[in-house]
Design a protein around this ligand. Structure first.
Ligand code: ADP
Ligand code: ZN
Ligand code: ZN
Length: 691
C-alpha cells in the first residue's frame, strides 16, 4: 500500500484547492489518470507530485481505478496547471480536469486502450510521410527571412526569450508562423498555434495543411464533437500530431515534444476566459514556453499594451514586419466630422452624404466595401413618443433590442425574446418607433440608398452573430463575398478579424465613438486595434491598395486616437496610452484583480464585498494592496441577478499574488457564514480585461 496525492475535480466553491491524499495498491507515476471516491461520488483525478500529508493511512480512501492505458501527463504539463491554479486562484484539480476532453472521463481503462490502438492504426495507414505533395514555400521577403533567422537563433538558446512579431495587417505574419513551424517540425518537435476565433481555424488549418501535406495536423476548439475532441487531444498527447491549431483552451493541450507556440492576434480579448478559471491563454503560453524551453511568438499589428511594454523593457524581443507584402499601401484614413453633416429629422443620418457617394463610386467601379457597426439587431431600443415607454428587459438593467426580420424584442444579456407589441404596452399608442441603429437597419438603409450602374439595387450582405447562427452560414456568406457576389458587406466586429478579402477597397466605421469615453480604461486600446484591423481588410490586393480607404464617421475628429489611426501610428498611440496609464497607476504599471459577487439584491452583494474588504485589512501584506469600494457592473442586473465588484490593486504582482492566496480561504469561510445573505456566486478575476 502506498499513499498518493491526487488532483480531483472538486468545484471551486468546496474550497478544496489542493490535491487530496489517497491510498493505492501499487505505486502509480505522477500524471496518471485515475478514478477516486469523493464524498458519495466517484470522480476523475490525476496523480499529482506532492508529498502526502503525514496522516494515518487508515483515514484515507482507496483509488478505485487507474487509467494507465493513457501515458501519464508530463511534469511540464502538471507544472503549467499548478501555475495556472495558483495564479488565477483556482483549485489544481478543477483546472487539470476541466482542460481535458470531457469524453476522456467516460472511458474505462480497456476502452481507452482500444481507442489509443485504433488511433495509432489509423495514422499508420494514413500518413504518406512528410513533404509529399506539400505546397511550395513562396520566396520570402527580407523582413520575413530576418524574422525567421531570429526565431531559429532563439530556438537554439537554452531559455528562449519570448518574441513579439509586430507586423501591420497583410505584412505576411502567417508566412512567418509557417516558416517557424517548419523549423520545429524538422527538429522533430511539435508546434502549437493559437488563434482567437473558431471561425478562423478552418482558414488557417487549410493553409497549414497545404504547406505541410503528409504531416498530421489537428485542431482543438469548442466546436468539435466530443469524439473529435478526444481524438485530436489524444493525437497531440501521444505525440502523433505534429501541429495543433486551436483556440484558447488549446494552450493546455498535452504535447510531449512541444517546440513552438504561436499566439496569433495576441492582443485579442478572447484569449481571456471570462468565467470559471479566468485564465489568459496568451500569458499562459508565455509561461508554458519557458517551462518547455520552447520558442513563443506573439503576433499582432496592435499588440496589447502589456506586451508592448514588456518589449520596451527588453523582456520580449521584437521582430518587425513594417510593410505590406507587395509594397501595398495601407488604406488612407478619412475622418468624417459628423458635426458638419446635414441633420435629418430626428438627428444626424447614420450615413453621411460623402460616405454614401464613396460607396456608390466603389460599386460603379466593381469594387467591394465593408461597413462596420458594432451593434447587431435593427435598433437598440423601441420607444413610445406619447408616454415615454421603452423596450426594457424585465430581468436586466438593459434595453431589449428590436430585431425586425422576425419582429422580436430580444435581450442580448439574458436571452428573453418576445414578439414586438403592436401598440405601446403602457398607453396603447400604435406609433412606437425604433431609436438608433444596428446592423440590420444599416443593411436596410444601404439597400434603399445604393444602386448599381444599371440602376438595380446594390447587393448587400450582412455578417453578424444573427446572420451566422446556422451551421455553415458564415462560410457560405464569406464565399459569396470572395466570389464577388456582394457589393457591400455590413457587419459587426466579426467581419474585421483575419479574413483575407481581396476585393474590398473601402472600409467604413459608422459609429465608433462610444469607446472614447468609456469608464473602462482599456476601451480606447480595443477601439484602436479594432479599427486598425478593420482597416486592414481594405486593399489587401496590392493592385488596389493605392486607392483603398478607411472612413471613420466621428463627432470627435480631433481625438488623439483618430490622429494616430490616420497615420497608422501604433507606436505613437501606444506611447501616449502608456503615459496615461503610468500617470493613473493602471496596468501595466500596476496589477489588478477583481472580486465579484452576484446576489439577489444589490445590498447582499455589497454586504459580502464589504465584509471581504474588512477581512482583507487584517491579512499580512494588506498594506501592499489597495481595495476600492464595491461598485455595480456596467449592466448591474442580468437575469434578475445583481452584480457588484470590487477592484484590488497593487504595485507588485508578487504582493498581489501573496495577498490573494491568503484572502481566498477567508472568502470561502465568509461565504459559509453568510449563506443566509443570499450570495449566489463570487469569483476572483486576476488581470481582468474588462473593468
Ligand atoms: P498578415 O497575417 O500579416 O495579415 P498574411 O500572412 O495573411 O498577412 O499575408 C498577406 C498576404 O500576402 C497573403 O495572401 C499571403 O499569402 C501573401 N504573402 C505572404 N508572404 C508572401 C511572400 N513572401 N510572397 C508573396 N506573397 C506573400
Ligand atoms: Zn406609450
Ligand atoms: Zn434580459
Amino acid at each position: 500500500m502506498v499513499t498518493l496525492t491526487v488532483a480531483v475535480d472538486a468545484p471551486q466553491h468546496t474550497g478544496l484547492t489542493a490535491p487530496l491524499d489517497y491510498i493505492s495498491e501499487c505505486t502509480l507515476p505522477a500524471g496518471t489518470l485515475v478514478n477516486v471516491p469523493l464524498g458519495k461520488r466517484s470522480v476523475p483525478g490525476i496523480v499529482w507530485d506532492r508529498e502526502p500529508a503525514p496522516a494515518s493511512e487508515l483515514a484515507l480512501r482507496t483509488i478505485t481505478e487507474a487509467l494507465d492505458a493513457l501515458p501519464p501527463l508530463s511534469a511540464t504539463w502538471r507544472a503549467l496547471v499548478d501555475f495556472a491554479a495558483a495564479y488565477y486562484q483556482r483549485s489544481t484539480g478543477e483546472i487539470a480536469l476541466s482542460v481535458l476532453p470531457p469524453e476522456l472521463r467516460k472511458l474505462d481503462n480497456a476502452r481507452l486502450a482500444q481507442r489509443i490502438k485504433k488511433l495509432h492504426k489509423a495514422l499508420a495507414s494514413n500518413v504518406a510521410g512528410p513533404s509529399s505533395g506539400a505546397a511550395a514555400t513562396p520566396a520570402r521577403t527580407a523582413e520575413q527571412a530576418e524574422a525567421l533567422r531570429q526565431i531559429e537563433a532563439m530556438a537554439a538558446q537554452r531559455t528562449p526569450t519570448p518574441l513579439l512579431l509586430h507586423g501591420v495587417t497583410g505584412s505576411g505574419k502567417t508566412e512567418v508562423y509557417l516558416g517557424a513551424a517548419e523549423q520545429v517540425l524538422q527538429a522533430n518537435r511539435q508546434a502549437l498555434v493559437l488563434v482567437p476565433e473558431i471561425n478562423l481555424t478552418p482558414q488557417l488549418e487549410a493553409r497549414f495543411a497545404e504547406r505541410f501535406a503528409g504531416r498530421h495536423i489537428v485542431s482543438l476548439h469548442s466546436a468539435l464533437t466530443p469524439a473529435q475532441r478526444l481524438r485530436h487531444w489524444l493525437a497531440a498527447h501521444l505525440g502523433l500530431a505534429d501541429l495543433v491549431l486551436g483556440t484558447r483552451l488549446a494552450v493546455f493541450a498535452s504535447m510531449p515534444r512541444l517546440g513552438l507556440i504561436v499566439v496569433d492576434e495576441e492582443h485579442d480579448p478572447s484569449y481571456k476566459q471570462q468565467d470559471g478559471a479566468r485564465y489568459s491563454a496568451r500569458d499562459l503560453a508565455v509561461y508554458r514556453a519557458r517551462l518547455e524551453r520552447a520558442v513563443v511568438v506573439l503576433g499582432s499589428a496592435t499588440p496589447a499594451l502589456e506586451t508592448w511594454q514588456r518589449a520596451n523593457e527588453g523582456r520580449y524581443q521584437r521582430l518587425a514586419l513594417p510593410a505590406r507584402i507587395g509594397g501595398g499601401a495601407l488604406p488612407r484614413v478619412r475622418l468624417i466630422d459628423m458635426n458638419q453633416q446635414p441633420k435629418s429629422r430626428g438627428g444626424a443620418a447614420a450615413l453621411s452624404p460623402p460616405l454614401i457617394d464613396a460607396l456608390q463610386q466603389r460599386i460603379a467601379r466593381g469594387e467591394q466595401s465593408l461597413v462596420f457597426l458594432n451593434r447587431r439587431g435593427y435598433a437598440p431600443v423601441l420607444h413610445c413618443g406619447d408616454c415615454g415607454w421603452k423596450s426594457g428587459c424585465p430581468n436586466c438593467s438593459a434595453w431589449r433590442v428590436f430585431h425586425k426580420l422576425d419582429r422580436t424584442l430580444r435581450c442580448h444579456h439574458c436571452g428573453l425574446t418576445e414578439r414586438v407589441p403592436r401598440a405601446c404596452p403602457d398607453c396603447g399608442n400604435l406609433d412606437i418607433a425604433p431609436i438608433g441603429r444596428g446592423t440590420e437597419r444599416l443593411e436596410e438603409q444601404l439597400g434603399e440608398l445604393l444602386r448599381t450602374p444599371d440602376d438595380r439595387p446594390a447587393r448587400i450582405a450582412r455578417i453578424d452573430a444573427d446572420s451566422t447562427r446556422l451551421k455553415g452560414a458564415l462560410q457560405a456568406q464569406l464565399g459569396a463575398v470572395h466570389a464577388g457576389e456582394v457589393d457591400v458587406l455590413v457587419g459587426t466586429q466579426m467581419v474585421t478579424k483575419g479574413h483575407d478579402f481581396r476585393r474590398i477597397t473601402l472600409v467604413a466605421a459608422v459609429n465608433p465613438d462610444g469607446a472614447l469615453f468609456s469608464s473602462d480604461f482599456r476601451a480606447p486600446e480595443r477601439l484602436f486595434s479594432l479599427l486598425m484591423q478593420a482597416g486592414g481588410r481594405a486593399g489587401r490586393d496590392a493592385q488596389h491598395a493605392a486607392s483603398s480607404e478607411m472612413w471613420v464617421q466621428t463627432w470627435h475628429p480631433q481625438h488623439a486616437l483618430y490622429d494616430a489611426l490616420r497615420r497608422h501610428d501604433y507606436e505613437a498611440f501606444a506611447r501616449s496610452q502608456l503615459k496615461e496609464r503610468e500617470m493613473a497607476g493602471l496596468p501595466p504599471y500596476s496589477h489588478l484583480a477583481i472580486l465579484r459577487a452576484d446576489a439577489r439584491t444589490p445590498e447582499a452583494a455589497r454586504t459580502f464585498l464589504q465584509a471581504a474588504s474588512a477581512l482583507a485589512a487584517s491579512l499580512p501584506g494588506a498594506e501592499q494592496v489597495t481595495i476600492y469600494a464595491p461598485v455595480p457592473l456596467g449592466i448591474a442586473r442580468v437575469a434578475n441577478v445583481e452584480r457588484m465588484q470590487m477592484l484590488v490593486e497593487s504595485a507588485s504582482r508578487g504582493a498581489l499574488q501573496r495577498f490573494l492566496a491568503d484572502w481566498l480561504p477567508a472568502l470561502h469561510e465568509l461565504r459559509r457564514q453568510q449563506r443566509e445573505e443570499r450570495i449566489l456566486r463570487w469569483a476572483i478575476d486576476v488581470d481582468p480585461l474588462v473593468i
